[in-house]
Design a protein around this ligand. Structure first.
Ligand SMILES: NC(=O)c1ccc[n+]([C@@H]2O[C@H](COP(=O)([O-])OP(=O)(O)OC[C@H]3O[C@@H](n4cnc5c(N)ncnc54)[C@H](OP(=O)(O)O)[C@@H]3O)[C@@H](O)[C@H]2O)c1
Length: 256
């Protein structure tokens, strides 16, 4: 199906920007959100479709509500809402400050909570809609200890997503709720997690990483074939199985 109205948070770079370009090329209409106005406008103008940029800080509930209102004003309805904005950290547990933890919760968990509560009532009214939350494989298997607070926030996001899906399954079978768990993706995420400001961070890439475009193509396909969960890296399901099978043995194997 083309011509959906799709809201994407975190659309100024990386996976969100690649998704905007992909969906634009397919003819969907877009509402794009992030803090950096210039980048957001650039992505909107390059998307080749009707795309509304809305400067939004997803850590503020009023901004997220304003984003929903702007989308409804522009397009009358929303078909798909992608909670994609997020940010990492590179700090082990014992070195985390309380501010670090609050920040990770705000940008990776509360943002998604705000997004869900903003758009799901609209989906319920229409009896249809697709909510897509972009988490991380680290939210399922916390195998990188310096990502600590980030992985914890994504794990909590996984739970809220699953519980919302369970709540809607019986009452609103036309609403889909999907969780996307990418592995390593070549974006500026890694430089930002290391402390670089988003405007100055370079895209980090090494062999074996997926590209933002590959992940965007998988999310676009998820819109056509909704599923509860999507690991974008084909190796992830097996790694998760090995982890839950014997966590101590898995952690030991990581040390060597
Ligand atoms: N890259 C990876 O290896 C990887 C792996 C697993 C999961 N992920 C997840 O994928 C998602 C996209 O990340 P990416 O890899 O594409 O990184 P990215 O290029 O750094 O993109 C992050 C996006 O989030 C936006 N954002 C950050 N804080 C925000 C805020 N407070 N309000 C609004 N927007 C905000 C940024 O825009 P502004 O700075 O303009 O606000 C940017 O558009 C994230 O949720 C990330 O956790 C990434």
């Amino acid at each position: 199906m083309s011509n959906r109205v799709v809201v994407i948070t975190g659309a100024s770079s990386g996976i969100g920007a690649a998704l905007a370009k992909r969906l634009g090329a397919e003819g969907h209409r877009l509402v794009l959100a992030a803090r950096r106005q210039k980048e957001l406008k650039r992505v909107a103008s390059q998307s080749g479709t009707r795309a509304l940029p809305v400067v939004t800080d997803v850590t503020r509930r009023a901004d997220v509500d304003r984003l929903r209102d702007a989308a409804l004003r522009e397009f009358d309805h929303v078909d798909v809402w992608v909670n994609n904005a997020g940010r990492g950290i590179s700090t082990p547990v014992m070195e985390l400050t309380e501010d670090d933890l609050d920040e990770m919760i705000a940008v990776n968990l509360k943002s998604v909570f705000y997004g869900m509560q903003a758009i799901v009532p609209h989906f319920q009214q229409r009896g249809e809609g697709h909510l897509i939350n972009v988490s991380s494989f680290l939210g399922r298997v916390p195998l990188v200890s310096v990502r600590s607070a980030y992985s914890a926030a994504k794990a909590a996001m996984n739970v809220l997503t699953a519980n919302l899906r369970m709540d809607l399954a019986n009452t609103h079978p036309g609403i889909h709720v999907s969780l996307v768990m990418p592995g390593m993706v070549a974006t500026q995420f890694h430089a930002v997690a290391a402390g670089m400001p988003p405007g100055k961070a370079a895209r980090f890439s090494h062999p074996g990483m997926q590209s933002a475009e590959e992940v965007a193509a998988m999310i676009a396909s998820l819109m056509d074939h909704p599923a509860a969960e999507l690991y974008t890296n084909p190796a992830s399901a097996d790694t998760a199985r090995r982890y839950f099978d014997d966590i101590a043995a898995f952690e030991q194997s990581m040390d060597h």
